[in-house]
Write a protein that binds this ligand. Sequence first.
Ligand SMILES: CC(C)(COP(=O)(O)OP(=O)(O)OC[C@H]1O[C@@H](n2cnc3c(N)ncnc32)[C@H](O)[C@@H]1OP(=O)(O)O)[C@@H](O)C(=O)NCCC(=O)NCCS
Length: 266
Amino acid sequence: MENVQGLQVRNMDKKTREQAIEELSLMLMYLTRFQDDNEFCRYMETSWKGYDFDALNELEKKDLIYQPKKSKCVYLSEEGKVKARELLAEYHISDKDILEKFEFRNIRPEEAEQAVAIEQICFPPNEACSEKNMKERIAVATELFLVAVDRETGKLAGFLNGLSTDEYSFRDEFFVNADLHNPEGKNIMLLGLDVLPEYRRQGLARELVFQYLRREREKDRRRVILTCLKSKVKMYRKLGFTDHGISDSTWGGEEWHEMSQVIGIG
Ligand SMILES: CC(C)(COP(=O)(O)OP(=O)(O)OC[C@H]1O[C@@H](n2cnc3c(N)ncnc32)[C@H](O)[C@@H]1OP(=O)(O)O)[C@@H](O)C(=O)NCCC(=O)NCCS
């Protein structure tokens, strides 16, 4: 053990002073990052920029961070976050981050049963997507499912799913007809956000939504539309959605609010 630790220390000693400042700055920015509620950078994670200017410039040259002019903040790129996590592991710093606990990725066909079961747990029978509809949706729009997998158990902890379309307004047909999916569609109709009870209130839904929006923005989508019960309007507002009032949806015999968020100009 001593040998192993000694070796690690020697390896770390080989870093130059500049390299260490750069790496430590990136790790600190990562560990103290927060989500900015700025309409242009809503799903980017940001940090205060009170670090060595040369180190910041070097990190920006490597596309690990972005420094907007006249701002006290820097934004971390996806590569920057990956690099920071690698460095934390290298420096033996524990990162209790949600990304350490969960893997976020597309659903796999063999996970359809789990998604069906989670949907039945998360929603009452009049609102839940049926097994048939869920399986059809997974088959035709796999790339529009984002799942959070518990790294310890390998099982789904939650997921977010939708269909893409060029339509602008929600209609209940999207819940039951996966053939409405148009892979090239500029808009997304979100059809369900599910987090298993034992994983709730840890920020998992927030992370699913932000990762989903970032991913779809990169595919040049324009707008994300959803319906939700009044009790969830505040939650979706916090996640950047605008409430358009009562929707035409009569799904499950409930009254639904239609909400949307512009994510790009496509
Ligand atoms: C709603 C649900 C997805 C939230 O998942 P979660 O992982 O616990 O949510 P997060 O921890 O990421 O919380 C995100 C924000 O939403 C708020 N929120 C979480 N659960 C909420 C709930 N049941 N009602 C209202 N707001 C809620 C949180 O306060 C949090 O805001 P904060 O960070 O400012 O406190 C989860 O409870 C669930 O699956 N419920 C059943 C299905 C459902 O209602 N889905 C949403 C409607 S489509």
